[in-house]
Design a protein around this ligand. Structure first.
Ligand SMILES: [Zn+2]
Length: 487
Protein backbone atom coordinates (compact mmCIF):
# COMPACT_ATOMS: atom_id res chain seq x y z
CA UNK A 1 0.00 0.00 0.00
CA UNK A 2 1.18 3.54 -0.71
CA UNK A 3 1.14 6.09 2.10
CA UNK A 4 1.22 9.85 2.20
CA UNK A 5 2.64 12.04 4.96
CA UNK A 6 0.51 14.74 6.61
CA UNK A 7 2.32 17.49 8.53
CA UNK A 8 1.04 20.56 10.37
CA UNK A 9 3.37 22.96 12.20
CA UNK A 10 2.92 25.13 15.28
CA UNK A 11 5.41 27.95 15.63
CA UNK A 12 6.08 30.08 18.70
CA UNK A 13 7.90 33.33 17.99
CA UNK A 14 9.22 35.71 20.64
CA UNK A 15 8.19 39.26 19.77
CA UNK A 16 10.69 42.12 19.65
CA UNK A 17 8.82 44.42 22.01
CA UNK A 18 10.69 46.58 24.50
CA UNK A 19 8.64 45.46 27.51
CA UNK A 20 7.02 42.19 28.53
CA UNK A 21 3.46 41.11 27.62
CA UNK A 22 1.58 42.14 30.79
CA UNK A 23 4.09 44.23 32.82
CA UNK A 24 6.65 46.99 32.28
CA UNK A 25 9.78 44.80 32.73
CA UNK A 26 12.31 44.99 29.90
CA UNK A 27 11.97 42.06 27.49
CA UNK A 28 15.61 42.43 26.44
CA UNK A 29 17.01 39.94 28.92
CA UNK A 30 19.35 37.86 26.74
CA UNK A 31 22.59 39.10 28.28
CA UNK A 32 21.18 40.02 31.71
CA UNK A 33 22.08 38.16 34.92
CA UNK A 34 19.33 35.71 36.04
CA UNK A 35 16.26 37.12 37.82
CA UNK A 36 17.04 40.79 37.15
CA UNK A 37 14.14 41.53 34.76
CA UNK A 38 11.34 40.72 37.18
CA UNK A 39 8.45 42.37 39.03
CA UNK A 40 5.46 41.13 41.04
CA UNK A 41 3.41 40.66 37.82
CA UNK A 42 5.81 38.37 35.95
CA UNK A 43 6.80 36.66 39.21
CA UNK A 44 3.13 35.62 39.50
CA UNK A 45 2.47 37.21 42.90
CA UNK A 46 -1.16 37.14 44.08
CA UNK A 47 -3.20 40.33 43.82
CA UNK A 48 -1.32 41.92 40.92
CA UNK A 49 -3.03 42.97 37.68
CA UNK A 50 -1.79 42.43 34.11
CA UNK A 51 -1.91 45.16 31.43
CA UNK A 52 -1.96 44.29 27.69
CA UNK A 53 1.13 45.31 25.66
CA UNK A 54 -0.19 47.32 22.71
CA UNK A 55 2.98 46.84 20.63
CA UNK A 56 2.65 43.05 20.97
CA UNK A 57 -0.95 43.25 19.77
CA UNK A 58 0.13 45.33 16.74
CA UNK A 59 2.97 42.93 15.91
CA UNK A 60 0.46 40.06 15.98
CA UNK A 61 -1.97 42.05 13.80
CA UNK A 62 0.85 42.73 11.30
CA UNK A 63 1.73 39.03 11.20
CA UNK A 64 -1.92 38.05 10.76
CA UNK A 65 -2.30 40.49 7.85
CA UNK A 66 0.97 39.37 6.22
CA UNK A 67 -0.33 35.78 6.42
CA UNK A 68 -3.62 36.78 4.76
CA UNK A 69 -5.67 36.33 7.95
CA UNK A 70 -8.51 38.78 8.60
CA UNK A 71 -7.98 40.48 11.99
CA UNK A 72 -10.87 39.69 14.36
CA UNK A 73 -13.01 42.58 15.58
CA UNK A 74 -13.46 40.88 18.90
CA UNK A 75 -10.62 39.10 20.64
CA UNK A 76 -9.99 38.12 24.23
CA UNK A 77 -7.45 36.50 26.53
CA UNK A 78 -7.93 33.22 28.37
CA UNK A 79 -6.25 31.36 31.19
CA UNK A 80 -4.55 28.12 30.27
CA UNK A 81 -4.08 26.21 33.51
CA UNK A 82 -1.28 23.75 34.20
CA UNK A 83 1.11 23.34 37.08
CA UNK A 84 4.79 23.38 36.16
CA UNK A 85 7.86 24.85 37.93
CA UNK A 86 8.61 27.25 35.04
CA UNK A 87 5.07 28.65 35.02
CA UNK A 88 5.08 31.28 37.75
CA UNK A 89 1.30 31.85 38.13
CA UNK A 90 0.24 28.22 37.61
CA UNK A 91 -1.50 29.44 34.45
CA UNK A 92 -0.52 31.15 31.23
CA UNK A 93 -2.54 34.05 29.80
CA UNK A 94 -3.15 32.95 26.22
CA UNK A 95 -5.96 33.16 23.65
CA UNK A 96 -8.35 30.22 23.30
CA UNK A 97 -11.41 30.68 21.11
CA UNK A 98 -11.01 34.29 19.93
CA UNK A 99 -7.49 34.65 18.48
CA UNK A 100 -6.34 37.90 16.83
CA UNK A 101 -6.12 36.32 13.36
CA UNK A 102 -7.48 33.17 11.74
CA UNK A 103 -7.98 31.46 8.38
CA UNK A 104 -5.11 32.75 6.25
CA UNK A 105 -2.36 31.18 4.15
CA UNK A 106 1.22 31.44 3.02
CA UNK A 107 2.73 30.30 -0.26
CA UNK A 108 5.69 27.94 -0.52
CA UNK A 109 7.60 26.80 -3.57
CA UNK A 110 8.82 23.20 -3.85
CA UNK A 111 10.43 21.90 -7.06
CA UNK A 112 9.22 25.00 -8.90
CA UNK A 113 5.60 24.33 -7.87
CA UNK A 114 3.77 26.98 -5.83
CA UNK A 115 1.51 25.72 -3.07
CA UNK A 116 -0.74 27.51 -0.58
CA UNK A 117 -0.50 26.29 3.01
CA UNK A 118 -3.40 27.23 5.29
CA UNK A 119 -2.87 29.21 8.49
CA UNK A 120 -5.35 28.13 11.16
CA UNK A 121 -4.74 30.94 13.61
CA UNK A 122 -2.34 33.57 14.93
CA UNK A 123 -2.62 34.40 18.61
CA UNK A 124 -0.80 36.08 21.46
CA UNK A 125 0.39 34.64 24.76
CA UNK A 126 3.25 34.88 27.25
CA UNK A 127 6.48 32.94 27.63
CA UNK A 128 7.42 30.92 30.72
CA UNK A 129 10.51 31.11 32.96
CA UNK A 130 13.60 29.02 32.27
CA UNK A 131 14.74 26.02 34.31
CA UNK A 132 18.45 25.29 34.58
CA UNK A 133 19.20 21.75 35.70
CA UNK A 134 22.33 21.15 37.76
CA UNK A 135 24.01 18.00 39.02
CA UNK A 136 25.95 17.85 42.27
CA UNK A 137 27.33 15.10 44.55
CA UNK A 138 24.64 16.01 47.11
CA UNK A 139 21.87 15.44 44.62
CA UNK A 140 20.57 17.07 41.47
CA UNK A 141 18.66 20.33 41.61
CA UNK A 142 17.12 22.95 39.35
CA UNK A 143 17.40 26.73 39.28
CA UNK A 144 14.68 29.05 38.02
CA UNK A 145 15.47 32.15 35.94
CA UNK A 146 12.33 34.31 35.72
CA UNK A 147 13.70 36.82 33.17
CA UNK A 148 11.87 35.15 30.26
CA UNK A 149 8.59 34.81 32.20
CA UNK A 150 5.90 37.05 30.72
CA UNK A 151 7.74 37.91 27.50
CA UNK A 152 5.33 38.21 24.56
CA UNK A 153 5.02 35.05 22.51
CA UNK A 154 3.08 34.76 19.26
CA UNK A 155 1.76 31.37 18.21
CA UNK A 156 1.15 30.60 14.54
CA UNK A 157 -0.74 27.36 13.91
CA UNK A 158 -0.63 25.96 10.38
CA UNK A 159 -3.17 23.64 8.72
CA UNK A 160 -2.09 20.02 8.11
CA UNK A 161 -1.47 20.88 4.44
CA UNK A 162 2.21 19.93 4.27
CA UNK A 163 2.97 16.63 2.51
CA UNK A 164 6.71 16.12 2.98
CA UNK A 165 9.61 17.08 5.28
CA UNK A 166 10.90 19.37 2.49
CA UNK A 167 7.56 21.22 2.37
CA UNK A 168 7.74 21.59 6.16
CA UNK A 169 11.24 23.08 5.87
CA UNK A 170 10.16 25.49 3.12
CA UNK A 171 7.16 26.60 5.22
CA UNK A 172 9.40 27.44 8.17
CA UNK A 173 11.94 29.29 6.01
CA UNK A 174 9.16 31.36 4.44
CA UNK A 175 7.43 32.07 7.74
CA UNK A 176 10.67 33.15 9.39
CA UNK A 177 11.48 35.36 6.42
CA UNK A 178 8.09 37.11 6.73
CA UNK A 179 8.54 37.69 10.49
CA UNK A 180 12.01 39.15 9.86
CA UNK A 181 10.70 41.46 7.14
CA UNK A 182 7.95 42.64 9.49
CA UNK A 183 10.60 43.23 12.16
CA UNK A 184 8.44 41.47 14.77
CA UNK A 185 10.88 38.65 15.68
CA UNK A 186 14.53 37.72 15.18
CA UNK A 187 13.37 34.30 14.01
CA UNK A 188 16.48 32.77 15.54
CA UNK A 189 15.74 29.08 16.05
CA UNK A 190 19.05 28.16 17.73
CA UNK A 191 18.50 30.84 20.40
CA UNK A 192 14.92 29.69 20.97
CA UNK A 193 13.17 32.84 19.80
CA UNK A 194 11.53 30.84 16.97
CA UNK A 195 10.34 27.39 18.13
CA UNK A 196 8.51 24.72 16.21
CA UNK A 197 6.38 21.74 17.21
CA UNK A 198 5.14 19.40 14.49
CA UNK A 199 2.10 17.18 14.12
CA UNK A 200 2.69 14.30 11.75
CA UNK A 201 0.70 11.28 10.61
CA UNK A 202 0.55 8.93 7.63
CA UNK A 203 -2.46 7.58 5.76
CA UNK A 204 -3.07 5.40 2.71
CA UNK A 205 -3.05 7.50 -0.45
CA UNK A 206 -6.63 8.37 -1.39
CA UNK A 207 -7.94 8.10 2.18
CA UNK A 208 -9.77 11.20 3.46
CA UNK A 209 -9.31 10.37 7.14
CA UNK A 210 -6.27 11.27 9.17
CA UNK A 211 -4.15 8.66 10.93
CA UNK A 212 -3.15 8.84 14.62
CA UNK A 213 -1.37 12.16 15.07
CA UNK A 214 2.07 12.26 16.65
CA UNK A 215 3.33 15.53 18.08
CA UNK A 216 7.11 16.00 17.83
CA UNK A 217 8.95 18.45 20.08
CA UNK A 218 12.56 19.53 20.86
CA UNK A 219 13.65 20.46 17.36
CA UNK A 220 16.13 23.36 17.52
CA UNK A 221 17.00 24.00 13.88
CA UNK A 222 15.45 23.79 10.41
CA UNK A 223 17.63 20.77 9.79
CA UNK A 224 16.37 19.08 12.98
CA UNK A 225 12.75 19.61 11.85
CA UNK A 226 13.55 18.10 8.46
CA UNK A 227 15.38 15.09 9.93
CA UNK A 228 12.73 14.48 12.62
CA UNK A 229 9.96 14.54 9.99
CA UNK A 230 11.94 12.14 7.76
CA UNK A 231 12.44 9.79 10.71
CA UNK A 232 8.77 9.90 11.81
CA UNK A 233 7.41 9.46 8.27
CA UNK A 234 9.52 6.29 7.87
CA UNK A 235 8.74 4.96 11.35
CA UNK A 236 4.99 5.44 10.90
CA UNK A 237 4.99 3.95 7.38
CA UNK A 238 6.83 0.88 8.61
CA UNK A 239 4.47 0.43 11.59
CA UNK A 240 1.40 0.88 9.36
CA UNK A 241 2.75 -1.59 6.79
CA UNK A 242 3.33 -4.14 9.56
CA UNK A 243 -0.28 -3.72 10.69
CA UNK A 244 0.70 -2.15 14.03
CA UNK A 245 -1.72 0.34 15.57
CA UNK A 246 -0.21 3.82 15.79
CA UNK A 247 -1.16 5.77 18.90
CA UNK A 248 -1.66 9.45 19.40
CA UNK A 249 1.32 10.59 21.45
CA UNK A 250 3.99 13.20 22.03
CA UNK A 251 7.52 12.31 20.99
CA UNK A 252 10.79 14.19 21.49
CA UNK A 253 13.53 14.55 18.85
CA UNK A 254 16.87 13.27 20.19
CA UNK A 255 19.45 15.02 18.05
CA UNK A 256 22.43 12.87 19.08
CA UNK A 257 20.64 9.62 18.22
CA UNK A 258 18.83 10.97 15.16
CA UNK A 259 15.48 9.61 16.28
CA UNK A 260 12.27 10.45 18.15
CA UNK A 261 11.33 8.84 21.46
CA UNK A 262 7.93 8.59 23.12
CA UNK A 263 7.32 11.15 25.89
CA UNK A 264 3.65 10.76 26.76
CA UNK A 265 0.57 9.19 25.23
CA UNK A 266 -2.91 10.66 24.85
CA UNK A 267 -4.11 9.37 28.24
CA UNK A 268 -1.75 11.80 29.93
CA UNK A 269 -2.61 14.73 27.71
CA UNK A 270 -3.24 17.98 29.56
CA UNK A 271 -6.72 19.30 30.28
CA UNK A 272 -5.97 23.01 30.40
CA UNK A 273 -9.40 24.07 31.77
CA UNK A 274 -9.40 27.27 29.72
CA UNK A 275 -11.60 30.13 30.92
CA UNK A 276 -11.73 33.86 30.06
CA UNK A 277 -9.02 35.84 31.87
CA UNK A 278 -10.99 37.75 34.53
CA UNK A 279 -8.29 40.41 34.99
CA UNK A 280 -8.31 41.56 31.35
CA UNK A 281 -11.24 43.02 29.43
CA UNK A 282 -11.97 41.63 25.93
CA UNK A 283 -10.06 43.50 23.24
CA UNK A 284 -12.17 45.11 20.52
CA UNK A 285 -10.04 45.96 17.48
CA UNK A 286 -11.62 48.71 15.37
CA UNK A 287 -11.37 48.73 11.56
CA UNK A 288 -9.48 52.03 11.70
CA UNK A 289 -6.74 50.44 13.76
CA UNK A 290 -6.50 47.47 11.40
CA UNK A 291 -6.25 49.75 8.35
CA UNK A 292 -3.61 51.93 10.05
CA UNK A 293 -1.51 48.83 10.77
CA UNK A 294 -2.07 47.49 7.24
CA UNK A 295 -0.70 50.76 5.81
CA UNK A 296 2.49 50.30 7.82
CA UNK A 297 3.21 46.81 6.46
CA UNK A 298 6.60 46.78 4.72
CA UNK A 299 7.30 45.19 1.35
CA UNK A 300 7.29 41.41 1.91
CA UNK A 301 9.79 38.81 0.58
CA UNK A 302 7.77 37.74 -2.46
CA UNK A 303 7.08 41.29 -3.65
CA UNK A 304 10.72 42.16 -3.18
CA UNK A 305 11.84 39.08 -5.13
CA UNK A 306 9.60 40.09 -8.04
CA UNK A 307 10.94 43.64 -7.92
CA UNK A 308 14.55 42.36 -8.01
CA UNK A 309 13.68 40.44 -11.18
CA UNK A 310 11.96 43.38 -12.89
CA UNK A 311 14.11 46.30 -11.64
CA UNK A 312 17.57 44.74 -11.66
CA UNK A 313 17.14 42.02 -14.25
CA UNK A 314 18.40 39.37 -11.83
CA UNK A 315 17.67 35.67 -12.51
CA UNK A 316 14.76 34.13 -10.53
CA UNK A 317 17.13 31.91 -8.53
CA UNK A 318 19.41 34.57 -7.13
CA UNK A 319 16.48 37.00 -6.66
CA UNK A 320 14.71 34.42 -4.48
CA UNK A 321 17.85 33.63 -2.54
CA UNK A 322 18.71 37.27 -1.82
CA UNK A 323 15.13 38.42 -1.12
CA UNK A 324 14.46 35.55 1.31
CA UNK A 325 16.77 37.12 3.92
CA UNK A 326 15.98 40.73 4.77
CA UNK A 327 19.51 41.57 5.93
CA UNK A 328 21.02 40.22 2.70
CA UNK A 329 18.41 41.92 0.53
CA UNK A 330 19.00 45.26 2.29
CA UNK A 331 22.77 45.05 1.79
CA UNK A 332 22.23 44.19 -1.87
CA UNK A 333 19.95 47.17 -2.47
CA UNK A 334 22.11 49.60 -0.49
CA UNK A 335 25.12 48.53 -2.58
CA UNK A 336 23.28 48.75 -5.90
CA UNK A 337 21.92 52.19 -5.01
CA UNK A 338 25.24 53.48 -3.65
CA UNK A 339 26.52 54.41 -7.13
CA UNK A 340 25.03 54.91 -10.59
CA UNK A 341 27.64 52.54 -12.13
CA UNK A 342 26.79 49.64 -9.81
CA UNK A 343 26.24 46.33 -11.59
CA UNK A 344 23.40 44.43 -9.85
CA UNK A 345 24.57 41.15 -11.35
CA UNK A 346 28.19 41.53 -10.20
CA UNK A 347 27.04 42.66 -6.73
CA UNK A 348 24.56 39.77 -6.36
CA UNK A 349 27.24 37.25 -7.39
CA UNK A 350 29.65 38.60 -4.79
CA UNK A 351 26.95 38.62 -2.09
CA UNK A 352 25.90 35.02 -2.73
CA UNK A 353 29.54 33.91 -3.00
CA UNK A 354 32.35 35.55 -1.09
CA UNK A 355 30.31 37.80 1.23
CA UNK A 356 28.12 34.86 2.32
CA UNK A 357 31.27 32.85 2.99
CA UNK A 358 32.63 35.62 5.25
CA UNK A 359 29.35 36.06 7.15
CA UNK A 360 29.01 32.30 7.67
CA UNK A 361 32.60 31.91 8.82
CA UNK A 362 32.29 34.79 11.28
CA UNK A 363 28.75 33.74 12.34
CA UNK A 364 27.34 37.21 11.69
CA UNK A 365 24.41 38.49 9.64
CA UNK A 366 24.54 41.02 6.79
CA UNK A 367 23.50 43.91 9.06
CA UNK A 368 26.74 43.39 10.96
CA UNK A 369 28.75 42.91 7.75
CA UNK A 370 27.33 46.18 6.41
CA UNK A 371 28.62 48.06 9.45
CA UNK A 372 32.16 46.86 8.64
CA UNK A 373 32.04 47.10 4.84
CA UNK A 374 29.94 50.09 3.78
CA UNK A 375 27.83 49.53 0.61
CA UNK A 376 29.72 52.25 -1.29
CA UNK A 377 33.08 50.63 -0.45
CA UNK A 378 31.72 47.23 -1.45
CA UNK A 379 30.57 48.74 -4.76
CA UNK A 380 34.06 50.18 -5.33
CA UNK A 381 35.61 46.73 -4.97
CA UNK A 382 33.18 45.12 -7.45
CA UNK A 383 33.75 48.04 -9.81
CA UNK A 384 37.54 47.49 -9.80
CA UNK A 385 36.87 43.91 -10.92
CA UNK A 386 34.37 45.00 -13.58
CA UNK A 387 36.86 47.56 -14.94
CA UNK A 388 39.67 44.99 -14.94
CA UNK A 389 41.94 46.85 -12.48
CA UNK A 390 42.09 43.70 -10.36
CA UNK A 391 41.03 40.12 -11.02
CA UNK A 392 38.28 38.30 -9.12
CA UNK A 393 40.99 36.14 -7.53
CA UNK A 394 42.78 39.23 -6.25
CA UNK A 395 39.55 40.79 -4.98
CA UNK A 396 38.79 37.97 -2.52
CA UNK A 397 41.61 38.59 -0.02
CA UNK A 398 41.07 42.34 -0.50
CA UNK A 399 37.44 41.97 0.59
CA UNK A 400 38.58 39.94 3.58
CA UNK A 401 40.98 42.73 4.57
CA UNK A 402 38.30 45.38 4.02
CA UNK A 403 36.10 43.41 6.43
CA UNK A 404 38.88 43.08 9.01
CA UNK A 405 40.29 46.62 8.85
CA UNK A 406 37.53 48.83 7.41
CA UNK A 407 39.97 50.12 4.75
CA UNK A 408 38.86 50.78 1.19
CA UNK A 409 39.88 48.52 -1.70
CA UNK A 410 41.94 51.33 -3.24
CA UNK A 411 43.93 51.83 -0.02
CA UNK A 412 44.70 48.10 0.26
CA UNK A 413 45.71 47.87 -3.40
CA UNK A 414 48.07 50.83 -2.97
CA UNK A 415 49.58 49.51 0.26
CA UNK A 416 50.21 46.06 -1.13
CA UNK A 417 51.35 47.21 -4.53
CA UNK A 418 48.62 45.15 -6.10
CA UNK A 419 46.61 45.81 -9.24
CA UNK A 420 46.37 43.76 -12.35
CA UNK A 421 49.41 43.60 -14.60
CA UNK A 422 48.42 45.57 -17.65
CA UNK A 423 51.92 45.73 -19.09
CA UNK A 424 51.96 42.86 -21.64
CA UNK A 425 55.75 43.07 -21.90
CA UNK A 426 56.13 42.18 -18.22
CA UNK A 427 53.58 39.39 -18.59
CA UNK A 428 55.24 38.00 -21.71
CA UNK A 429 58.51 37.65 -19.80
CA UNK A 430 56.79 35.64 -17.04
CA UNK A 431 54.97 33.47 -19.59
CA UNK A 432 58.26 32.68 -21.33
CA UNK A 433 59.90 31.79 -18.02
CA UNK A 434 57.06 29.44 -17.08
CA UNK A 435 57.30 27.68 -20.47
CA UNK A 436 61.07 27.27 -20.11
CA UNK A 437 60.97 25.87 -16.62
CA UNK A 438 58.07 23.41 -17.11
CA UNK A 439 59.38 21.04 -19.76
CA UNK A 440 57.15 18.08 -18.95
CA UNK A 441 53.79 19.97 -18.83
CA UNK A 442 54.74 21.76 -22.06
CA UNK A 443 55.44 18.39 -23.70
CA UNK A 444 52.14 17.04 -22.35
CA UNK A 445 50.24 19.98 -23.79
CA UNK A 446 51.87 19.50 -27.17
CA UNK A 447 50.91 15.82 -26.99
CA UNK A 448 47.27 16.95 -26.78
CA UNK A 449 46.76 17.01 -22.99
CA UNK A 450 44.53 20.09 -22.47
CA UNK A 451 44.75 19.96 -18.65
CA UNK A 452 48.47 20.71 -18.89
CA UNK A 453 47.58 24.19 -20.13
CA UNK A 454 45.52 24.81 -17.00
CA UNK A 455 48.53 23.87 -14.94
CA UNK A 456 50.70 26.36 -16.83
CA UNK A 457 48.10 29.12 -16.39
CA UNK A 458 48.17 28.35 -12.68
CA UNK A 459 51.95 28.70 -12.62
CA UNK A 460 51.76 32.14 -14.25
CA UNK A 461 49.04 33.22 -11.79
CA UNK A 462 51.23 32.01 -8.95
CA UNK A 463 54.27 33.89 -10.25
CA UNK A 464 52.21 37.10 -10.52
CA UNK A 465 50.50 36.52 -7.15
CA UNK A 466 47.12 36.53 -8.90
CA UNK A 467 47.75 39.91 -10.54
CA UNK A 468 47.34 38.65 -14.09
CA UNK A 469 44.12 38.34 -16.04
CA UNK A 470 43.63 34.53 -16.33
CA UNK A 471 41.97 34.75 -19.75
CA UNK A 472 44.82 36.88 -21.10
CA UNK A 473 47.39 34.45 -19.64
CA UNK A 474 45.53 31.56 -21.26
CA UNK A 475 45.60 33.25 -24.68
CA UNK A 476 49.23 34.30 -24.35
CA UNK A 477 50.35 30.79 -23.37
CA UNK A 478 48.48 29.22 -26.29
CA UNK A 479 49.99 31.68 -28.72
CA UNK A 480 53.50 31.33 -27.36
CA UNK A 481 53.33 27.53 -27.36
CA UNK A 482 52.04 27.53 -30.94
CA UNK A 483 54.89 29.84 -32.00
CA UNK A 484 57.67 27.89 -30.29
CA UNK A 485 56.47 24.51 -31.57
CA UNK A 486 56.47 25.66 -35.20
CA UNK A 487 59.88 27.30 -34.96
ZN1 LIG B 1 7.56 42.07 35.18
Amino acid sequence: MEYETIIGLEVHAQLLTRSKMYCGCSADYASAPPNTHVCPVCLGMPGVLPVINKQAVEFTMMTALALNCPVSDFTKFDRKNYPYPDLMKGYQISQFDAPIGRKGWLTIEVDGQRKQIGITRVHLEEDVAKLLHRTSPDGDYSLVDVNRSGCPLMEIVGEPDLRSPEEARQYLVKLRSILQYLGVSTGNMEEGSFRCDANISVRPVGSAEFGAKVEVKNMNSFKAVYLAMEYEAQRQRKAAAEGKRLVQETRGWVEAQGKTVSQRSKEYAHDYRYFPEPDLPPLVIGRDWVEAVRKRLPELPEARRNRFISDYNLPVGSSSQIASAKDMADFFEHSVKSHKDASPKEISNWILGEVSRITNENKINFFEFEKKVLPIKFFELTDLVVKGTITGTMAKPILEEMFNTGKSAAEIIKERGLSQISDTGELEKIVAEVINSNIQPVADYRAGKETALKYLVGQVMKATRGRANPQLVNDMLKQKLAETSSS
